[in-house]
Design a protein around this ligand. Structure first.
Ligand code: NAD
Length: 262
C-alpha cells in the first residue's frame, strides 16, 4: 500500500472566509488530520473567537479582506514566515445576494465578483511562486452547483461561481508540471448561515412562506431531499489535498445530493 487515502499531516493550509460555516468546518477537519491551519477572514471579531475555540498550537489567524490584493499577498507572506510554507490554499470566502437582474444593485454585483472570482485569481497568482518552488501545492476553489447550472435571482453568484470553474481549469494547466493541482468543489445546499440567511429572500422571490422554502422550493430540486452534510464537504477537500489525488486537476468535484444530475 502506497498512501493513506487522506494524508495532510504537517501540510500548511490557508482557508479564506474561515470564521464561519464551511471554512471553519474545513479548518477543524484539517487540524484533526494533523495539518497546520491559517484561519483568515474579514471579520476579526469572530476570527479571534474561532481561533480560541480551536485551542491548538497548529492554528494561527490572519485578518484579510480578499478583495484587497495587498491583503492576500500579506496573508501568504505571514503564513510563510510563521509556518515556513504554503501547501494548500482554499478559496472559500463568499457572500450571497438574491434579486432579479433588473433590481440587482450594480455595486453588489461588483462586490460579489471581487470576493468570489477576482480573489481566486489573486490568491492563485500570489501562491503559485511559492508552490512552484516547493514543487507541491493544492488549490481548492469552493464553487457551487451554481457554477454549473443557473438559478434565477442569483446573477452575481452564478457569474462568480461559473467564473471560478474557468479560473480553476486555466490555473491547473499552468501548473500541471509543477506538482500542483487546482480543483473546484461544487456543493449543493448545505445548512450554513449563508444558506439559512437566504431563505427569507428566496421566500420573497418565490412568493412562499419562509417555512415552506425548504419543502416547496429547494427539496423539489434535490433528488435526495436533503441538505448536504457540511462534514462531507470537508472530507472531499481533504481527499483532494492528499497524495492519492495528484492526478485530479482542473476539475469540478460535485457534491450535490443529485441536484445537477437532472
Ligand atoms: P458563511 O457566510 O458561513 O461564511 C463565509 C465567510 O466569508 C464569512 O466568515 C465572511 O466573513 C467571509 N467573507 C465575506 N467577505 C469576505 C472578504 N471580502 N474577505 C474575507 N472573508 C470574507 O458562508 P458558507 O456557507 O460557509 O460559504 C462558504 C463558501 O461556500 C462560499 O464561497 C459559498 O459560496 C460556498 N458554498 C456554500 C454553500 C452552502 O450551502 N452554504 C453551497 C455551495 C457553495
Amino acid at each position: 500500500m502506497k498512501h493513506n487515502i487522506i494524508d495532510v499531516k504537517d501540510k500548511v493550509v490557508i482557508i479564506t472566509g474561515s470564521a464561519s460555516g464551511i471554512g471553519f468546518e474545513l479548518a477543524k477537519k484539517y487540524l484533526a488530520y494533523g495539518a497546520k491551519v491559517v484561519l483568515s477572514d474579514l471579520n476579526a471579531g469572530s476570527l479571534h473567537q474561532k481561533v480560541k475555540e480551536l485551542k491548538s498550537p497548529n492554528v494561527m489567524s490572519i485578518k484579510a479582506d480578499v478583495t484587497e490584493e495587498e491583503e492576500i499577498e500579506d496573508l501568504i507572506a505571514k503564513t510563510k514566515k510563521h509556518f515556513g510554507r504554503v501547501d494548500i490554499f482554499i478559496n472559500n470566502a463568499g457572500i450571497q445576494h438574491v434579486d432579479s437582474i433588473e433590481s440587482f444593485p450594480t455595486e453588489t454585483f461588483d462586490k460579489m465578483i471581487a470576493i468570489m472570482l477576482r480573489a481566486s485569481f489573486l490568491s492563485i497568482k500570489h501562491c503559485f511562486p511559492t508552490m512552484k518552488e516547493q514543487k507541491f501545492g493544492r488549490i481548492i476553489n469552493i464553487a457551487s452547483i451554481n457554477g454549473l447550472v443557473g438559478f434565477a435571482g442569483k446573477v452575481a453568484y452564478n457569474a462568480a461561481k461559473h467564473g471560478i470553474i474557468g479560473v480553476t481549469k486555466v490555473a491547473a494547466l499552468e501548473c500541471a508540471k509543477d506538482g500542483i493541482t487546482v480543483n473546484a468543489i461544487c456543493p449543493g445546499y448545505i445548512a450554513t448561515p449563508l444558506v439559512l440567511n437566504q431563505m427569507a429572500d428566496l421566500a420573497k422571490t418565490r412568493n412562499v412562506s419562509v417555512e415552506k422554502v425548504l419543502e416547496e422550493v429547494l427539496y423539489p430540486l434535490i433528488p435526495q431531499k436533503t441538505l448536504i452534510d457540511i462534514d462531507d464537504i470537508a472530507s472531499l477537500a481533504l481527499f483532494a489535498s492528499s497524495p492519492c489525488a495528484k492526478h485530479i486537476t482542473g476539475t469540478s468535484l460535485i457534491i450535490d445530493a443529485g441536484y445537477t444530475a437532472q
